[in-house]
Design a protein around this ligand. Structure first.
Ligand code: TYD
Length: 203
């Protein structure tokens, strides 16, 4: 694939503030007349929306393996139909969650085999990697208090699970320091936004 645009992903545990930050970055880039695609996983597109509904609201139990494959199916459709075509057209794609979510949540959180998740991610995305990934890091108590009491299926997984997810993200950042940058998101929205802009401009 000839890469014309850029691919930036936003990651972190539920309640880390990344969704606010991705919107602020999108506004900032649009203000500079830069063409962006703001998208998310799971749930972009019509098929994605149906998969998202299953993942977040299905009332029966879903095995960790099945859960992984549903996230991966959503991703495969998203990459082929939206992300790759946008990058090829020179757009800056801003994606709220991507491969590192599956590594952090299903790999570290659900304790599935990390190498296997990497292999499956690679298969689902045909190897498409982000140019930059920003992990918004905040302690689990703060992030879960931001989520509040009305929790979906994933958000109900418990404190131990979210500690593993957080440590998973920090481990991923340690392993791929060139691609993955960690920002402490317990700071003010404005300060975190400034750090995001610095990282994106350094690209
Ligand atoms: P969402 O409401 O989009 O959460 P957030 O606003 O925090 O991104 O729900 C997505 C949930 O799915 C979230 O709990 C993280 C989880 N998830 C995984 O477990 N694995 C994945 O591969 C992805 C993309 C998300």
């Amino acid at each position: 694939m000839i890469k014309e645009g850029l691919f930036i992903t936003f990651e972190g545990a539920d309640g880390c503030g990344k969704t606010t930050q991705i919107s602020l970055l999108d506004e900032y880039l649009c203000g500079k007349k830069i063409k962006t695609l703001l998208t998310r996983e799971p749930g972009a597109g019509m098929l994605g929306a149906r998969i998202r509904e299953l993942l977040l609201n299905y009332e029966g139990s879903i095995s960790p393996n099945c859960e992984s494959f549903l996230f991966l199916a959503d991703r495969a459709q998203h990459v082929d139909n939206m992300i790759k075509p946008a990058i090829e057209k020179g757009t800056i794609v801003l994606c709220d969650r991507y491969v590192d979510s599956t590594l952090a949540y299903q790999g570290y959180g659900r304790e599935l085999d990390i190498e296997r998740i990497k292999f499956l991610n690679n298969l689902a995305t045909s190897g498409l990697k982000p140019d930059l990934t920003i992990v918004f890091d905040v302690d689990v108590e703060t992030s879960l208090s931001r989520v509040g009491g009305n929790r979906d299926r994933m958000e109900s997984a418990g404190v131990e699970f979210f500690n593993r997810v957080r440590n998973g993200y920090l481990e991923i950042a340690k392993q791929e320091p060139d691609r993955v940058k960690v920002i402490n998101s317990s700071d003010t929205i404005e300060n975190v936004h400034k750090k995001v802009v610095e990282l994106v401009e350094s690209l």
